[in-house]
Design a protein around this ligand. Sequence first.
Ligand SMILES: [Zn+2]
Ligand SMILES: [Zn+2]
Length: 358
Amino acid sequence: MQSDPLAALAGRRVGAHLPLAGGMVKAVDRALAIGATCLQVFADNPSAWRRRAAPPADLPAFRACLVEDDVLPLAVHGPYLLNLAASDETIWDRTVEALAAELRMASVYGAAYLNVHIGSHRGHGTEIGVGRIAEAVRRVLADVPVLASDPPPVPAGFRPVPCGPLLVLENSAGGGDGLGGTVEELAAIQEAIGDAGADTTRVAFCLDTAHAWGAGYEISRPEEAHRLLAALDAALGPGRIVMVHLNDSKAALGSHVDRHEHIGAGAIGAAGLRAMLLHPSLSAVPFYLETPGMDEGFDAVNMERVRTILRGDPLPELPPARARRVPRPAGRPATRAAAKPREGAARPRRGRSRAGAD
Ligand SMILES: [Zn+2]
Ligand SMILES: [Zn+2]
């Protein structure tokens, strides 16, 4: 669809969290069809503790297509049940076990980043919660050895990840005793991880724009977006933000509520998101959309809205719900379609009808 997707994105790596339920190689086809230049996926059911023991059968074809089509870097979004900050021993033990398994699988996937939500202290207080996070991270990294060879592929100009997938902690909106909602808390978490004796070069951070908005950062104003990025650099050190979740928000500023909205159609708006996309400190950082309706054609709509914002053009109205379905991309050439078993993709989510990532 895009003759030069990278140029249409002003050289930025922008992609989406896409479902794998239709087949892993199909997800790469879809990324190409919507002009995405990077990809985020679930490696397993995000609402289950149990992690798959073996990789899906079509993983080698998926990995090959990502490299061949330059849809990089790959991020894996971890499961939602984890709570690194839990004081409850059972929850904390299960978190460490599941996260270690997920980190191993992210490595098998060729992911550069394993993104996880930090979790909640559940009333035990920030200090105790931060200590639990640090010890959980130390344990997970100790359980999962550094890769001996074959580091995950990253685009030219991106910082290499020679230790295997980075464990990437995501800022929260700060609701429900969630930790990591502020720059100061993220810095305290990073410091505690170092103090616990963990290898901090294997840990990094993700900035979710909708969460920052919910936490009270008024990034709808470009100068405030720049100020937040400068504050993160100052508190964490330069280059510690290795990925962005580019989402608009349905929630009010400082509400501590996390509700993602289509790009430029929410409370943050085009100017704030544009400031993030074009900030020099994020020029070698992937932006992953986690906007609504990814499997209803809104993946294409929101990628086009990103390109529109980058061109500086006004955004059109969102298409009506009925028109949201856009054609699926045509299949691959026969040589590549042959290596494409359909089974083995991530199972569709059960329970809450949330199709995308947070
Ligand atoms: Zn979210
Ligand atoms: Zn996110």
